[in-house]
Design a protein around this ligand. Sequence first.
Ligand code: NAP
Ligand code: ZN
Length: 357
Amino acid sequence: MPHTPAYAAQSADKPMGPHTIERRAPGARDVAIDILYCGVCHSDLHTARNEWGGTHYPCVPGHEIVGTVTAVGKDVRHFKVGDTVGVGCMVDSCGHCDPCKAGEENYCENGFTGTYNGPTQGDHANTWGGYSTSIVVNEKFVLRITHTDQLDAVAPLLCAGITTYSPLRHWHAGPGKKVGIVGLGGLGHMGVKLAHAMGAHVVLFTTSPGKIADGKRLGADEVVISKDPAQMARHAASFDFILDTVSASHDLNAYLVLLKLDGTLCLVGAPPADTPHPSPRVPNLYMKRRAIAGSLIGGTRETQEMLDFCAERDIVCDIETIAMRDINRAYERMLKSDVKYRFVIDMQTLKDEAKAA
Ligand code: NAP
Ligand code: ZN
């Protein structure tokens, strides 16, 4: 599909703007997708602005993609034209290492190819994501969407959903477990919904007093204002698991001391490379055999499991739909923690903009 309208950052200090990319013609195992909606992840902003280093320009972000299949290659087995599908953070991996064979391509030993800013594929310098009208993806990385009545609100499950679902499952969130979620943004609000659906006692930590009521509506049993030491102290040494989704550097000790014996603080938030989290105090770890861990998105097997889990329980994201041209304003609001709770781009707005140009 040559000449695909998109939005790109041309450099770290330039706003997102209209750009044209070329998608490859579908190969034998490829699925071509007309993109209907794409969620806006904080990772899009980190990457567009080169906050982690290593961004290739022009950069077309977007890895929370839902759309309709428009063509399939001759060897595609699982999808047909007209199917509703999703694409998350990955579009390729080696396929032969142990994690890949287990459907955990997110931990591919040879490095998976990101949906955007991934290594060279074909003639392109890097991969381009979902801030565009179409995409071509190997069917191994295409997810089936059965929840088709609120597609815009399903889109962010492809990153925010799986990035919280995977660690909650890995650390056994469920009945009898006290689980903390730090930060009520795109990831955090799905963490609250999913941990609640898994049956855990959920405590939300937020810096924003204006989010208390929403936190409870989304499924938190308790909400703690993390800037208030007295509120924090009431939860000392009581958590089995805390999932930290904060996008900026902060003091991890404040959460470590809330874990009970053998508790785990799992970091999924990824602050800019020039402002990492300060190192935590080691006694806060050994005094209660506590652990700090991390988790990276999720593999295709677990992403499909999460989509089915959400479809069965009618779980979708709380979103604000935006036009493609409003992406720079959306980024500024995201930086002020002013997202309720995920922006989703209606890609019809880009199709209309491109037609009018
Ligand atoms: P987001 O929507 O901007 O949410 C981040 C939330 O963190 C904010 O809403 C805010 O919540 C809190 N926060 C922001 N700045 C803070 C600060 N200085 N101190 C304390 N709290 C602060 O971002 P997101 O899309 O959920 O992404 C969150 C992070 O996860 C990003 O760094 C992103 O790159 C990363 N990420 C990682 C993975 C992975 O696989 N590990 C996958 C996707 C995204 P309150 O207002 O409630 O305090
Ligand atoms: Zn993401």
